[in-house]
Ligand binder design. Structure first.
Ligand code: SF4
Length: 451
């Protein structure tokens, strides 16, 4: 079972797989070393996509912060640079016996890829005689999820917890709704109740919603250039001011509503690109789509209340969990169709549920949104989660609303199933050339000058 709280994680930007995941892995390794009383030296080595795009994604800083014991959900985004700078100066991790020199002990391995996933990390600890004390491999498999090799094998062997209402496909989910009479958010909630109390679930969902909206609010206030040297200017603030200035005008184009949806997504992704506090949904690169559509639901659709917001998130998580289990939500595995496409499918499903759509309409909305992202590659310029990522979220959010609207105006009957489109996404990602999967070795990344 993939929990709603695994898919929606409060963390920091710019990348769930390349920032959040490595920080989590490094922190886990720190705890291992602390449990054995320390070491004389430790090293971290990153492979594949983490090495190729790691500097732009802040992977090195994330690993330093994780080794210092910080977690993505609690670290103050304004302290990431000062903390890592101090570590580079002092070498002090707070682990007995260890002096860590990032230039020597943090290695970008551009040649090799670890066997189970392109986002591999290897942490080692040595004693004073340079004998190996600990040797751990982690994989950051997308959306901030981190597994060891043994954990990855346990999942593929089916050695996982079974929820009371399990579903492994869109078809099974629809059958469950027919058999039990429950809605999709009610089914997801019943499964969540095996992990947490109802009060904890409601509070957790509300905290996710609040973190998403707070991210939008901060993004609307910030101005200036995004970090990284690409000289990309933030534009959410100016767009917001422009929309506010014409709010009471007599003649406004009907398509203005698309600007509001775009605005919310731009605000989140500009915050993400600057390393701010965001909610992984289901990844950081695609973190603007679910919040944008959720905010659109609150501000522009009738009958908003807390319960509708929770139904939105539970439904989006049910769909995101299916996509993760049956294909991937990782740009490094299947390209941007797996990040922005998945987020759009989740948001479309959530909006349809919040507006009272049936289970069949929800499945239809998710299918439409995913279908029209098929084939989309991942080619961020300079390895920064800025171009094309930020605008791409604005498009994904608008497509999600179109998908929900089309579905709600139908009866849920449709030709292509969600399962078929997820499988198509998986196969397309498998066939996609490696250079289009978060390596910055193809596409826009090689055709647009980075400076
Ligand atoms: S192009 Fe898409 S998949 Fe790649 S980093 Fe940007 S948002 Fe993520």
């Amino acid at each position: 079972m993939i929990s709603t709280f695994d898919l929606f994680k409060i963390g920091i930007g710019p990348s769930s797989s390349h920032t959040v995941g490595p920080m989590v892995a490094a922190r886990r390794f720190r705890e291992t070393v602390l449990a054995r009383g320390g070491a004389a030296r430790i090293s971290a080595e990153i492979y594949g996509s983490l090495a190729w795009t790691g500097r732009g994604h802040g992977t090195d800083v994330a690993i330093l912060l994780g080794l210092l014991g910080h977690a993505p959900a609690t670290i103050d985004p304004d302290l990431t640079t000062p903390l890592s700078d101090t570590l580079r100066r002092t070498g002090d991790l707070g682990i007995p016996g260890v002096h860590f020199e990032p230039e020597r002990d943090l290695v970008f391995n551009f040649k090799d890829i670890l066997p189970l996933h392109t986002n591999g990390m290897r942490f080692r600890a040595y004693d004073a005689g340079d004998a190996l004390l600990e040797d751990q491999i982690f994989y950051s498999v997308g959306g901030g999820f981190v597994v060891t090799a043994a954990e990855a094998e346990a999942v593929s062997a089916g050695d996982t917890q079974t929820p009371p209402l399990p579903f492994g496909s869109g078809r099974e989910l629809l059958d469950l709704t027919l058999r039990t009479g429950l809605t999709i958010p009610q089914i997801q909630l019943a499964n969540e109740l095996t992990l947490r109390s109802r009060e904890a679930i409601d509070a957790g969902l509300d905290a996710i919603r609040d973190a998403m909206f707070a991210c939008i609010e901060r993004g609307l206030r910030m101005d200036g250039e995004l970090p990284g040297g690409l000289r990309v200017r933030r534009r959410a603030k100016r767009l917001y001011e422009s929309l506010e200035a014409t709010k009471l005008a007599n003649s406004r184009p009907a398509h203005e509503i698309m600007d509001w949806i775009s605005l919310y997504a731009l605000a989140v992704n500009e915050e993400n690109a600057s390393g701010g506090r965001v909610v992984t949904a289901p990844t950081n690169g695609a973190a603007g789509i679910v919040p944008a559509v959720l905010r659109y639901t609150r501000d522009f659709c009738p009958d908003w209340n807390d319960e509708r917001g929770r139904d939105f998130l539970l439904t989006a998580a049910a769909i995101g969990g299916l996509i993760k289990a049956r294909a991937s939500i990782s740009g490094a595995e299947v390209g941007c169709q797996g990040e922005v496409g998945s987020a759009a499918a989740m948001a479309a499903a959530g909006l349809t549920a919040a507006l009272g759509g049936s289970a069949f309409q929800i499945e239809n909305a998710a299918e439409i949104a995913m279908e029209h992202h098929l084939g989309m590659t991942c080619d961020p310029i300079a390895g920064l989660v800025q171009v094309p990522c930020i605008e791409r979220n604005a498009f994904g959010a608008n497509k999600a609303v179109v998908a929900a609207s089309l579905s709600l105006r139908g009866d849920g009957e449709h030709r292509v199933s969600l399962d078929e489109v997820i499988e198509t996404m998986r196969q397309t990602g498998h066939d996609m050339q490696a250079k289009y999967k978060e390596t910055s070795l193809g596409g826009l990344a090689v055709n647009v000058a980075a400076c």
